[in-house]
Design a binder for this molecule. Structure first.
Ligand SMILES: [Fe+2]
Length: 396
C-alpha cells in the first residue's frame, strides 16, 4: 500500500484513539467499570483480612462460589485467546481481561484461606464479590464476542472480494450466510459499530465499508414491518454493492487528490462491475442485480451509471444510496477528513430537500455517534497477552 493508505490508517487510528478516550465508547453499564469494581472489592477484602471466628456455615454455598469463580477464570482465559483481544489497538480489552482474572484469583485464595471459619456476613460479602465479578465477565464476554463476530465476517467477506479479483465467482450461499449473521448480531447493538481494517488492504477496505453499510441497512429495515420481510435481501445487496470496486486500481481508490475526469469515469463503472459479479453469483437475481447496479443513482437523475430518476430506481437501491452516503461521509478519505454523524445527517437532509435522496429514509438514519473499531491482523498473541492464568481449585 502506498502513502495514501498509510495516511488513512493514521487518520483512522487518531479517530479511534479519540473515541476510546471518550467514556461513552463502551456500553453505558460498563462505563468506568474497572474503577467501580475495584472500589467494590476493597471493602470486602478488608473484611476478609479481619476475618473473625464466627458460626460455621455449610460448605455447599462456598463450593458453588468456587465453581463459579473457576468458570469465570476459564472464560477469561478463553477470551484472552480471541484475536480481537490481543490485537486490540488500545490494549484496553487485554487490561480488562487480566484485571478480572486477578480479582477472581484473589477471591478464590480468600475462600481457600478461610475454610471453616466464615461468618454469615463474610459469606455474604464473598457472594456479592463473586456476583459482581460474574456480571463483569459476562459483559466482557459479550463485548468480545461481538467484536470477534464482526472480525470473522470481515475476513469472510474480504476473502470473497479477493476471489472475485482472481476471477472466481463465489457461491451465493456464502454471502447469505454473512447477511444472516449481521441480522442476528444487530440485535445486541446499542449503537453502530463501524470497522476498518488495519493494516488497510483493498479487499478488506471494500468489505469493511460494505459491512458498515449492511449493518445500518439491517437496522433501518428492522424499524418497518414491510421492510423487515426483505431485511436479509437488503443486507446482502449492501454487502455486494461495492464488490466491483476491486477492479478499480488502488492508485485511484487511494488518490489523495480529488479525482480527475478519467479516474471518475473508472469509479463510476464500479456499480456495473458489481452487478456483473452479482449476476453470475446469484444466477441473475433481478432485485439484487438492480439494487447493486443502481446504488449510486439519484432521484433527480444526477447519479450514475445511467442517470436514472425517480421510480425508475428500484426501492432497495434508494435505501442503499442513503445509507452508503451516510456511512461514506463518516469515513475518512485520503482527500478529506471524516464528518461527524451530525454533519453527515445535516448534509443528507439537504440532499433530501433537493430531491436527490429519499427523505423518508434519511429521517430514519441513526443519530448516535458510531463506535469505530480497528480490526487488526496478527500472526499470534504478543508475549504475555495471549492468556491469563487459571487458578487451581481452592479447597472449599
Ligand atoms: Fe458504491
Amino acid at each position: 500500500m502506498d502513502q495514501g493508505s498509510g495516511a488513512v490508517v493514521q487518520r483512522n487510528a487518531n479517530l479511534v484513539r479519540a473515541d476510546l478516550a471518550h467514556p461513552a465508547w463502551r456500553r453505558p453499564s460498563t462505563v468506568g467499570r474497572p474503577t467501580r469494581l475495584a472500589v467494590r472489592v476493597a471493602p470486602h477484602a478488608g473484611q476478609l483480612r479481619t476475618n473473625r471466628p464466627g458460626p460455621a456455615v455449610q460448605n455447599r454455598p462456598v463450593a458453588l462460589l468456587v465453581a463459579r469463580l473457576r468458570n469465570d477464570l476459564t472464560t477469561l482465559s478463553e477470551l484472552a485467546q480471541e484475536p480481537v483481544v490481543w490485537t486490540d489497538a488500545g490494549g484496553e480489552l487485554v487490561a480488562e481481561v487480566r484485571e478480572a482474572a486477578v480479582l477472581a484469583e484473589a477471591a478464590l485464595l480468600r475462600l481457600a484461606a478461610n475454610t471453616g471459619r466464615r461468618s454469615a456476613g463474610e459469606l455474604s460479602s464473598l457472594s456479592t464479590l463473586a456476583d459482581a465479578l460474574h456480571k463483569h465477565v459476562g459483559r466482557l464476554s459479550g463485548q468480545v464476542g461481538q467484536l470477534a463476530q464482526i472480525r470473522q465476517q470481515l475476513f469472510q467477506l474480504g476473502a470473497l472480494v479477493d476471489a472475485v479479483a482472481l476471477g472466481i465467482t463465489p457461491a451465493s450461499g456464502q454471502i447469505w450466510d454473512i447477511g444472516r449473521k449481521i441480522v442476528r448480531w444487530l440485535g445486541d447493538l446499542e449503537r453502530p459499530v463501524f470497522i476498518y481494517p488495519d493494516p488497510a488492504e483493498p479487499a478488506l477496505q471494500i468489505a469493511a465499508h460494505s459491512l458498515n453499510v449492511a449493518q445500518v441497512v439491517a437496522g433501518m429495515c428492522a424499524c418497518d414491518p414491510a421492510w423487515l420481510e426483505v431485511q436479509e435481501l437488503c443486507v446482502v445487496a449492501a454487502l455486494l454493492q461495492d464488490i466491483g470496486m476491486i477492479y478499480v486500481p488502488d492508485a485511484v481508490l487511494e488518490s489523495p487528490e480529488p479525482l480527475n475526469p478519467t479516474q471518475q469515469r473508472l469509479i463510476r463503472k464500479h456499480p456495473i462491475f458489481s452487478a456483473s459479479v452479482v449476476e453470475h453469483m446469484t444466477g441473475g437475481h433481478k432485485v439484487l442485480v438492480d439494487a447493486v447496479r443502481q446504488h449510486h443513482e439519484r432521484l433527480d437523475a444526477s447519479g450514475y451509471p445511467e442517470g436514472l430518476s425517480g421510480d425508475r430506481i428500484c426501492s432497495v437501491a434508494q435505501l442503499l444510496a442513503v445509507v452508503d452516503v451516510y456511512v461514506g461521509m463518516q469515513s475518512p478519505r485520503p482527500y478529506r477528513p471524516a464528518k461527524s454523524v451530525r454533519q453527515a445527517l445535516s448534509a443528507l437532509r439537504q440532499y433530501a430537500q433537493k430531491g436527490r435522496l429519499l427523505a423518508a429514509w434519511v429521517s430514519r438514519l441513526p443519530s448516535s455517534e458510531p463506535l469505530w473499531v480497528p480490526i487488526r491482523t496478527g500472526p499470534q498473541p504478543p508475549e504475555g497477552l495471549g492468556s491469563v492464568p487459571v487458578a487451581e481449585p481452592a479447597a472449599a
